[in-house]
Design a protein around this ligand. Sequence first.
Ligand code: GLN
Length: 544
Amino acid sequence: MARFIFITGGVVSSLGKGLLAASLGALLQARGYKVRIRKFDPYLNVDPGTMSPYQHGEVYVTDDGAETDLDLGHYERYTGVSARQSDNITSGRIYSDIIAKERRGDYLGATVQVVPHVTNQIKEFAQNDIDGLDFVICEIGGTIGDIESLPFVEALRQLKNDLGPGRTVFVHTTLVPYIAAAGELKTKPTQHSVRELTSYGIQPQVLLCRSEHPIPDNEREKIALFCNVPKGAVIQALDARSIYDVPLQYHREGLDEEVLKAFGIEPEGKPDLTRWLDIMDRVDHPEGEVTIGVVGKYVALPDAYKSLREALVHGGFANRVKVNIKWLDAEMFEGENENLASELEPLHGILVPGGFGERGSEGKIAAVRFARERGVPFLGICLGMQMACIEAARHEAGIKDATTSEFGEKGEPIVGLITEWMSEEGLQKRSADTDLGGTMRLGAYPARLSDNSKVASVYGTNEISERHRHRYEVNSHYIPELEKGGLIFSGMSPDGELPEIVERPDHPWFIGVQFHPELKSRPFDPHPLFTGFIGAALEHSRLM
Ligand code: GLN
């Protein structure tokens, strides 16, 4: 029967609970256990799909088409276990389900309340879909004491009692701040935060204490004493030099052992950390470096491109090089373009990522053109692929006003809204005027790659499945015109209707994809497109 590990956070937000959950998952997995990691988000949006990347960072899409919190990306990257819709729940979804049931009369006249109706729903979610697992790790978003997270905390307290001894462990993350003027680390915020948690009926068994300075023995003793945990269960978490060092670092501090002990399991032997040691060897001993320019819209907030950043780093691991990323605001390449050459010339590769809306699009098109004309390795993702097609239409196929209908009714829409397409569940339909949430082609779809194409050799296969998140598609009627200019449509949906991949045979490395390969890249299993792209950038750097 699966055991549950609940991860809460105290004192401040941004303590890295997501990385903790992911790293603990990786460590337990390295001991041979089967794990799955889940996220409880206390906000009232049904999912993060409608939130601005500035508010919430990237929206992480699963194979089964869920739009989820970016922490699920960490979970997948660290464990290799593909996340599912059933791994992320929000207060918004819980309330919307409950209210729908109430309207249908499912509660048979009962008064619908936070306890037990909301809490029951949370408990059900935690226990749903967990067959065959040894551990389910659940991260609770927000900070203990937030009004919004209270129903979650209460539900987990109940679940602990429902399941009985030895089935649940609470790991609480806190901050041990350093007061420079006094030259001291302060444990009081940790004490208060644990006290708050115990006031809700939860005694954490393991504390992960984030600190900028090593926590001396006597301070650990103090934390243990006041917070009612064994001293060994006060785990020090110093800032890591790479996020991929975190599993190794937490293991050295005893995290996995202490969690097992808290379950009453005597840890046997050591976890097999070979894959993490190998990754860190690549971090610490690169044999070169490349600089990639990402020409996008949300460049001020790197969290908006979380998976993309990591996938580029993974491409670096595969090629044993360090990847420097230059985040370039596409708007700076619009108009007179005086910045264009000076910014783009030093780059070894240009990437135009996914995005929404017209702002910066002319700058992205200018960057695509630069990459095409100068033979700079190029990867276009989703909107980036659509921009590559518009660039080809305008400058090679002579469709001067080529555009996408996403930008309004002007020009010739070579990219447009399609209203019907096939999925594994059958025919999917959408219309231009439905709600913003849930009208996209979302999740994994298969694609067929042409024989002898560059992408087929990059992937080493002709059949792929990749994750999508977009409303618009390149209109396949334009394929013959665009192909005359040199852009080849080398990947299509199995029915041959939807363009999935474009490439240029006359260019060193130019690929655009309608999907998001960055979502499936893992440090120990880099995505072939990123391995290929960074490899081509390395090659390009040698010619410069
Ligand atoms: N905005 C584009 C669309 O909806 C691309 C989306 C994306 O890049 N994720 O089709």
